[in-house]
Design a protein around this ligand. Structure first.
Ligand SMILES: [Mn+2]
Length: 497
């Protein structure tokens, strides 16, 4: 949770009604101000088209920001121009989507094709020299003929424009004989690297050598040896880029991926390539300070991959530069709304969810036409707990929320909802809780007892109200004011479910 969701010290309890209402009001005024300035996301039902070709989508702002490199170069230009390419990986076309919702699975399928089309558009607009895929472009068990036709059409668009397309096999699309990858009707200009033996590909622009790609591929779905070990030392005449699907030890998120083609950052450092185009770990990242990157998938495949997704536009000249290009059109977010104790109606719930969604939705780099899939994890005391504990009602509410928020998909999860407790209902002096509540009352209203408590705990209790005896007492009273709710909640927790 972001820091701004923390209530002020000494003021309200973390889930008090007052806090929630204030946040709700702030969110509303913020939304009002924003709508006045610029409407970023119209309320609309957002369903990516499910046809094979997908919609024709505009190229990302990131790509538009840099002017295209002209195709014609003077001899001098060609000698000094950097080697420029798009680095992508792990698109998993037609691969599994971890959701039980069929419509969402179809939307991810469509968004993956959209991402491929956007990648192609970027490569053409930027007039790059090469398009490098570091494995798992397709999922070998699932690729349909329709998607294959779409894939080869996009790659042919680039190959026809003189872009060197290099596809390395990964563990989800290994290059074994008779496997799905080997049966794809690749455009004849596409370099398919489907074996562990390193292949060196010269990349030319207008007939002149501008760069070189050294690539290795996976032959099976469980390559246990290092594929990097056999990669040769790069030659020094032009920038040389290594292309490989591998598990680099210590990379962020690597523990979630199969241990195939394992290697270490030291293995990369031992071979001074101008750039390592890596695939396999689904998290965009640089490996230490090395010119080595995982591009991450160009489209998320579910709630385990939140945030923006895209590819890297790389330039290897005197220096190596990697720039992020957003290509994901369906963004996944997991939200944990705060202040649920103040939620008593469906409108309250919507306000709490909108507030939690503000952060991701105000991401200045996000596209206005991005579709959203939102998982809302509900936990803690909530005024709507009885309703929200019923799966059928949650599903119904999720549908309503998706429509009113203008997002493609909403799912509501009960991640530990409890009822809101009212200490006043437990004032019976005949049991432990009732006696505890009475004691707390006494301490709050008896100055002598309060002073004893302050002296006894040795707490500083200085606050923005100052450090006078009166200010300390006021602060102690405030703190005690939260306790009836807290002890009632914890003593009644056992009975709550
Ligand atoms: Mn993989």
């Amino acid at each position: 949770m972001p820091d701004d969701s923390t209530p002020p010290k000494g003021g309200w309890g973390p889930r008090s009604v007052g806090w929630f209402r204030l946040r709700s009001r702030l969110a509303k005024s913020f939304r009002g101000a924003r709508q006045g300035a610029r409407v970023r996301w119209p309320k609309r039902t957002c369903h990516p088209r499910d046809d094979t070709r997908g919609p024709v989508l505009p190229v990302q702002d990131d790509a538009r920001a840099s002017p295209p490199v002209p195709l014609a170069h003077t001899t001098k230009d060609t000698m000094t121009a950097p080697f420029r390419f798009v680095h992508t990986a792990d698109l998993h076309l037609d691969g599994p989507v971890h959701s039980s919702v069929e419509r969402l699975r179809r939307q991810v399928d469509a968004a993956r094709r959209t991402a491929l089309q956007r990648l192609t558009d970027v490569a053409l607009q930027q007039r790059v020299d090469a398009f490098l895929v570091a494995g798992d472009l397709i999922d070998e068990s699932c690729l349909t003929l329709r998607t294959e036709a779409f894939l080869t059409e996009q790659l042919a668009r680039m190959a026809d424009a003189g872009i060197s397309v290099v596809v390395a096999a990964g563990n989800a699309d290994p290059g074994r004989e008779g496997g799905r990858l080997s049966r794809v009707r690749w455009p004849h200009d596409v370099h398919l690297v489907d074996d562990a033996a390193p292949v060196s590909i010269d990349v030319k622009r207008n007939g002149k050598l501008v760069g070189r790609v050294v690539a290795v591929g996976h032959r099976s779905e469980n390559e246990s040896g290092s594929l990097i070990a056999d990669m040769p030392e790069p030659q020094g005449d032009v920038p040389t880029v290594a292309l490989c699907h591998a598990l680099i030890a210590g990379s962020a998120g690597s523990q979630a991926h199969a241990r195939v083609a394992p290697a270490t950052p030291a293995d990369l450092a031992a071979r001074p390539y101008a750039y390592w185009a890596l695939g396999h770990v689904h998290q965009r990242q640089q490996i230490g300070d090395a010119p080595a990157w995982y591009a991450g998938p160009p489209q998320s495949s579910g709630f385990s991959e939140t945030g923006r997704h895209g590819a890297l536009l790389v330039s290897c000249g005197d220096a190596t530069k990697a720039e992020f290009i957003a290509t994901g059109s369906l963004r996944f977010e997991v939200l944990r709304p705060e202040g649920l104790a103040g939620v008593h109606t469906e409108a309250d719930l919507q306000a709490a969810v909108e507030l939690a969604l503000e952060g991701p939705r105000t991401d200045p780099h996000e596209q206005d036409d991005t579709c959203w899939a939102v998982r809302i994890e509900l936990a803690g005391p909530c005024g709507l707990t009885e309703t929200l504990r019923r799966p059928a009602r949650r599903a119904e509410l999720a549908g309503t929320l998706a429509e009113s928020l203008g997002v493609a998909h909403v799912e509501l999860l009960d991640s530990g909802l409890t009822k809101v407790v009212d200490p006043e209902a437990h004032r019976d002096p005949g049991h432990l809780l009732g006696q505890g509540l009475d004691l707390l009352d006494e301490a709050r209203h008896d100055d002598r007892l309060l002073q004893l408590l302050i002296d006894g705990t040795g707490a500083t209790l200085d606050s923005c109200g100052g450090s006078s005896a009166a200010a300390r007492k006021a602060r102690a009273r405030d703190l005690l004011g939260d306790l009836p709710g807290l002890i009632t909640e914890s003593l009644l927790k056992e009975d709550d479910r």
